[in-house]
Structures are given as structure tokens and as C-alpha cells.
Ligand binder design. Structure first.
Ligand SMILES: [Fe+2]
Ligand SMILES: [Fe+2]
Length: 136
């Protein structure tokens, strides 16, 4: 397993924590299918599920930030956009080379460390701000 969902840093909005936990579950499935050398179709399915989940994750945060005029919205969205750009490149490489190690290396060395840092900084500040307006 890449990471236990319980090891995630928690923010003050439960709905954001739920999204993060579900993302780790999806990431674990993807990682497991690569480590256990599942067939390429299964890895591809898990990879697409992961991409869609990240997209929904970022969009849900951005919608809340826009709705409540969060002061650091452009900065927070900027961090999301960098990752979406990296994932778009990774998807293109994956489609061309079909090499699962590309995905494995990216999630271990780039995505997961980024996510931990992003939750502890941007998401924490954002959740704190939003928790004054949203009860969950
Ligand atoms: Fe987040
Ligand atoms: Fe975020």
C-alpha cells in the first residue's frame, strides 16, 4: 500500500477530508495494480479513475472558493493547475509508451509528496476560511 488514508493531514472541513481520503484509496488501487503487474487495461482503468478523481477534487474546492470569495483563490487554483498540466503530460506519455513505471514514479515521487504539502498549506488555510461559511 502506498499510504493509509488515516495518515493524511486533516483540515477543518469534513467534506474536503472525505475527498482526500477517497483519493488515497483510488491512488492505492492504482499503485497496487502496477506493483502486482496487473494487465495494462486494468492499470489504464485505474489511471483514468485517478485522473477523473483529481479533476473533481480540484473543481469542488475551486467552486467553494469562488462561491465565498476566498482571498487566495488564484494562488490555490494555480497550484492545482500545475498538477493538472503534469497529469496531462503523463497521460500523453502513458498513451504513447504504455509503461506503468512512469505512473508509479510520478505518484510516488511527485504527486503524493505534493498532495501532503498542499493539504498542509493551501487546503488547510482554505478549509479554515470556508469553515466560517459552511457547516458540514
Ligand atoms: Fe484538496
Ligand atoms: Fe487544493
Amino acid at each position: 500500500m502506498l499510504m493509509e488514508p488515516s495518515q493524511l493531514p486533516r483540515v477543518s472541513l469534513e467534506r474536503m477530508n472525505k475527498v482526500h481520503e477517497e483519493e488515497i484509496n483510488i491512488l492505492n488501487r492504482l499503485h497496487q495494480s502496477i506493483v502486482s503487474q496487473a494487465d495494462l487495461e486494468e492499470i489504464d482503468r485505474n489511471f483514468r479513475e485517478f485522473l477523473e478523481d483529481v479533476w473533481n477534487h480540484f473543481r469542488s474546492e475551486q467552486e467553494m472558493m469562488e462561491q465565498f470569495n476566498f482571498f487566495a483563490f488564484p494562488m490555490h487554483k494555480g497550484e492545482h493547475d500545475i498538477i493538472l498540466g503534469q497529469l496531462e503530460n503523463l497521460k500523453k506519455k502513458w498513451e504513447k509508451e504504455q509503461n506503468p513505471e512512469l505512473i508509479k514514479a510520478y505518484i510516488e515521487k511527485e504527486f503524493l509528496p505534493w498532495l501532503m504539502n498542499h493539504i498542509q498549506t493551501m487546503d488547510t488555510i482554505t478549509a479554515h476560511f470556508l469553515s466560517h461559511f459552511i457547516r458540514d
